[in-house]
Design a protein around this ligand. Structure first.
Ligand SMILES: [Zn+2]
Length: 276
């Protein structure tokens, strides 16, 4: 079953991770969208793609309002395709909400146990990994492109949750809209590092299929799911979307399809103050 649900009857189009929001009503979890292929300025949420900052900040404010979360809760990192995970405290609330300079530097993963913090990260094909461990009530989000995937950003997120006392069998992961294997052709530059971490040929064949010598159709969502299972996350606790950012152009920007000149969607997760 598709875990993400599109909402179009509202002012701001977006997908919510319905499955989690129903089971854990204090969570707010989702992924932004555009409507009918709007241009890059309409629903771009990232400050690093040459868009006017005032427009981006306005887009963020409108989305926060739609979600019923204060804009000052919006907290983000400067994504560098690395594996650093930051634990976000109450004092960090709002870092990066209105400028790149105030975001966590060199940070692709964030976790927090604090309510009223909206962890936000930006995408145009890379894979958003959402985390929730109900036993310690911590949420997290991580940006996994192919580099972050093979370097183990998902594993770092699990490790951080375990250090905080989470039980492996409690950890939930959702893998959100991103480029599908349908549209993601790669060469040995990507496949060789992937083989270093998933060496079994039969498993690799389910993740990267080759129809042309030297080219593979890579399923980066499955690669992340496989690495998370190896880290002990229960397969029943890993949810995968079917949305492809390249195919589904009415809804999404795609770095590859749009040849690098495009906007960014935002993935978010946070906890509302209980009872609010
Ligand atoms: Zn596709």
């Amino acid at each position: 079953m598709e875990p993400f649900k599109y909402h179009d009857m509202l002012n701001i189009p977006y997908f919510s991770l319905d499955l989690w929001e129903k089971e854990f009503p204090h969570l707010v979890v989702g992924f932004s969208a555009r409507r009918n292929g709007e241009d890059i300025h309409c629903r771009n949420y990232a400050l690093h793609v040459g868009d006017r900052p005032e427009q981006v900040i306005e887009n963020r404010k409108l989305l926060a309002k739609q979600l019923g979360i204060p804009f000052t809760a919006w907290t983000c990192g400067e994504q560098v395709h690395g594996t650093h995970v930051e634990q976000v405290t109450a004092a960090d609330r709002g870092k990066g909400c209105d400028s790149r300079e105030s975001a966590f530097s060199g940070t692709d993963g964030m976790i927090t146990g604090e309510p009223d913090i909206l962890l936000a990260s930006y995408y145009a094909d890379c894979v958003p990994l959402y985390f929730y461990s109900p036993d310690i009530d911590f949420v997290g989000v991580a940006h996994a492109g192919w580099k972050g995937t093979v370097q183990g950003i998902g594993i770092q997120m699990v490790q951080k949750l375990l250090q905080l006392g989470a039980k492996r069998e409690e950890i939930r992961v959702a893998i959100g809209p991103s480029i599908g294997s349908c549209c993601y052709e790669v060469d040995e530059r990507v496949i060789e590092p992937l083989q270093q971490v998933i060496s079994e040929a039969d498993t690799l064949q389910t993740i990267a299929v080759s129809h042309i010598p030297g080219k593979w159709q890579l399923d980066l969502r499955q690669a992340n799911a496989e690495l998370l299972k190896r880290e002990g996350v229960s397969p029943g606790h890993i949810q995968l979307t079917k949305w492809c950012t390249s195919c589904d152009k009415d809804y999404f920007y795609s770095h590859r399809r749009d040849r690098g000149k495009t906007g960014r969607m935002v993935a978010w997760i946070g906890k509302r103050e209980r009872g609010s």
